[in-house]
Design a protein around this ligand. Structure first.
Ligand code: PEP
Length: 254
């Protein structure tokens, strides 16, 4: 199983910035040995095709979309479908990020529909789950994220689950106001996700204030197959440093 190392740019980067980042990334990766590491970038929709045109020179880097509608086409103003996202270069569809649940009405049911759409079109579904601080404080983190994951993945066959990645991103750990979860806080949730979904899913990722100082420790937590990163990978140097950490982790691990 590779070590996954990916970043979502969220609502950041103009086309020029996206182009600059990707040109530098592809150049710096050059013939770097990425054995056992799976890099991915999830740009905003507007930059996807541009990033694809450049990233095609290094097919080891796979691309994703930050969201997609469950329907294939039609009267859904402002939405983007899975086939459109794939057409623009995505192979991963991110689903259920906490910002979408908090601000845009994403529910367990809509995440289920979106996972089904991603799988129907041969994409990898990257399902994000995570609890707010009050739920953590009430000691209910594991029950909460299992409910989100089980709801979104209900009824999938083992073959379908092989195209699903789950990213555990506690809401209190992500973004400017977040603090990284400690290995102690992550052991329980990852043990539960591992027990419930085990090796049936493509991988289990952690996200939330990952940086160059904590990435190596986070990768060592039992059940963590990779990291999903925001701010620390928005500059290409940061992403390259995290890829180096993943490579080093992989070589000590194997
Ligand atoms: C996120 O919002 O999904 C995320 C992981 O962000 P950050 O790494 O910036 O906390």
């Amino acid at each position: 199983m590779p070590v996954w190392m990916g970043t979502s740019w969220k609502m950041n980067k103009t086309l020029a910035q996206a182009r600059d980042y990707t040109v530098r990334l592809v150049k710096e990766l050059g013939d770097r040995d990425l054995t056992g590491v799976q890099p991915f970038i999830i740009p905003p929709f507007t930059a996807l095709a541009t990033v694809r045109e450049i990233a095609v020179d290094d097919p080891r880097v796979i691309l994703g979309a930050q969201n997609a509608h469950w329907d294939d086409a039609g009267a859904w103003t402002g939405e983007i479908s899975v086939p459109q996202a794939l057409d623009a270069g995505a192979r991963i569809i991110e689903i259920g990020h906490s910002e979408r649940r908090q601000h845009f009405g994403e529910t367990i049911e809509t995440t289920r529909l979106k996972v089904a759409a991603a799988l129907r079109h041969g994409a990898l579904a990257l399902l994000c789950v995570g609890e707010p601080a009050e739920v953590r404080d009430a000691g209910r983190s594991t029950a909460y994220i299992l409910e989100q994951a089980e709801g979104a993945l209900a009824g999938l066959s083992d073959e379908q689950l092989r195209s699903v990645l789950i990213a555990y991103e506690p809401i209190w750990a992500i973004g400017e106001a977040g603090r990284p979860a400690t290995p102690e806080e992550l052991r329980g949730p990852f043990a539960a996700l591992r027990e419930r979904f085990g090796d049936r899913v493509r991988g289990l990722l952690y996200g939330g204030s990952v940086n160059q100082d904590n990435a190596s420790d986070l990768l060592r937590i039992d059940g963590v197959d990779g990291l999903f990163v925001g701010r620390a990978a928005w500059e290409v140097e940061g992403f390259l440093a995290l890829l180096d950490i993943a490579t080093a982790h992989n070589s000590t691990d194997s």
